[in-house]
Design a binder for this molecule. Sequence first.
Ligand code: NVA
Length: 310
Amino acid sequence: MVQHLITLADWNTQQVLNVIAKAQDVKANPQKYSSSLQGKSLIMLFEKPSLRTHLSFDIGMYQLGGHSIYYNASNSPLGKGKESLSDTIRVMGRYADILMARMFSHQHLCEMAKHSTIPIINGLTNFSHPCQILGDLLTIKEKKGKLEGLKLAYFGDSNNNVTHSLLYGCAHAGMHIAVGCPRDENFCPNVGVFNHAVSIANGKGTKVTLHHNAQEAVKDADVVYTDSWMSYHVPPEEEKKRIDTLKPFQVNSQLMKHAKPDAIFMNCLPAMREYEQTAEVLDGPQSVVFDEAENRLHIQKAIMLTLLGK
Ligand code: NVA
């Protein structure tokens, strides 16, 4: 049975903790893994722009001794509507050993996984972003020395990929998670994901909570996290309305004062200064965003090694 990484809901807690531990080892001992994927090929299929995911998978595969191919979906028979998802993945499986795909539709990615003979990694869909959150858990573990019992507070657009994967990731890791967002359901997490995360957290004695008041959500947080108000799939004409609605959930130094004094600030990037956070916070002493970005490399290597049974 081929193992994929489509959402963190499909992985159990032990798998999540194991891949983080592997990433720590890969980061500490890169030489040990320098030919682990020799002779293996990764296809990187992109429907959307990417900086971190593209480069960290490409360089990560090179550092593991393998080969990667960038494939732009818009120039493909798939993107031109000339070939089906299932035919595309069946063909890819005849050439490559593993596929990472960044797609608009989560359903399309699931459809590909259904027909795939090779492992598929979700490099971001509108619904989830599991690689990002595995890398974030690695960063939190490095900075805080543990995951269990910590509290993460997330602010802003919460009906998005990063929030959904954070809900699952924190629940698996035994962390409390508080989501602070407008009451409007367009900005609240998917109800099914939220309830599922609550049920995982219940088994571990941790809390998953939703707040429409930022100061209430941030109280005692060890980690303060935000994401773009203008995700890749959001039409530009929505920008003005989004700024007005999301402004009360901006991470600024006033809000940071209500978290724990040693709280760290995270953003998966790309970040817009003075939008989802102020420049003072993003460039300030509590920000770990560039360590967070670096850890994408180490976690991608651990994910590929895991899915290829190494
Ligand atoms: N929510 C953001 C994440 C970017 C890494 C987006 O989908 O654009």
